[in-house]
Design a protein around this ligand. Structure first.
Ligand SMILES: Nc1ncnc2c1ncn2[C@@H]1O[C@H](COP(=O)(O)OP(=O)(O)OP(=O)(O)O)[C@@H](O)[C@H]1O
Ligand SMILES: [Mg+2]
Length: 228
């Protein structure tokens, strides 16, 4: 089976004036499709940095990154937007919904970015909102939705794009326990049904039991990998 994400000696060093911050130490992982992977560790341990590199929004300082069969690390910068469109959906702690657009319109816009519009987009948007249990809230603006509902719209947007890799940064950070679990269960279902690889950066211990695999980071270093 081809892995969704493979890294070899992937690292990131930030230079802030004279100060050098080793945010991610050389790391090698192989993550298969169909799994929900937790990226856990204390604040500042490099979770967001590693997730951003995996999502091709930040370039590594050294090492290899391969998404399915595409070697990304060697590619010129100008190819990265196309790689992101093809492979990656993001979910953020702050939901990142457009406040002036309804749940449905937010999803339509996400699809447009991926090059999908017309009746296919309309059908998909309605179907994914139903799948996350929000068919009654389709035409609500984000301000009229609860935190849990907003995050479910963000999950629906990722679902609609149908990308094989979903990267989520603290997706339960703004949610209570019940809504946090609901969102994680949706991601788990998505991984199983569509064979997506879902990577979730979090320090929320309450959702630990959901993960198929947990990568523990400390000071940018993978201290251990727990396979459930
Ligand atoms: N743009 C940047 N320039 C310089 N240093 C940075 C930059 N972004 C992050 N860092 C540093 O890299 C390290 C890892 O940061 P990162 O944001 O990846 O941690 P994190 O595990 O996501 O933390 P949190 O749980 O607080 O979100 C930290 O020491 C941080 O200060
Ligand atoms: Mg972070």
């Amino acid at each position: 089976m081809t892995n969704a994400i493979t890294t070899q000696g992937l690292s990131k060093v930030y230079h802030e004036g004279a100060v050098e911050v080793i945010a991610v130490q050389p790391c090698s992982v192989a993550l298969p499709p169909g799994e929900v992977v937790g990226l856990m560790g204390p604040s500042g341990s490099g979770k967001t940095t590693l997730l951003s590199i995996l999502g091709c929004i930040l370039r590594p300082t050294a090492g290899r990154l391969v998404l399915f069969e595409t070697e990304v690390s060697g590619l010129d910068e100008r190819y990265l937007p196309a790689i992101r469109r093809q492979y990656i959906s993001f979910i953020f702690q702050a939901f990142n919904l457009f406040p002036a657009l309804t749940a449905y319109e937010n999803i339509m816009l996400g699809l447009k970015v991926k090059g999908i519009d017309g009746s296919e987009a309309e059908d998909r948007a309605a179907a994914v909102l139903k799948a996350v249990g929000l068919e009654q809230r389709m035409h609500f603006l984000p301000r009229d939705l609860s935190g849990g509902q907003k995050q479910r719209v963000a999950v629906a947007r990722a679902l609609a794009a149908d990308c094989p890799i979903i990267l989520a940064d603290e997706p339960t950070g703004n949610l209570d326990v019940v809504n946090g679990h609901r969102v994680m269960e949706l991601l788990k279902q998505l991984a199983a049904e569509r064979q997506c690889c879902v990577v979730v950066a979090t320090h929320d211990n309450r959702i630990e039991d959901i993960f198929d695999r947990i990568i523990y980071l400390e000071d940018g270093d993978i201290r251990r990998i727990h396979t459930g």
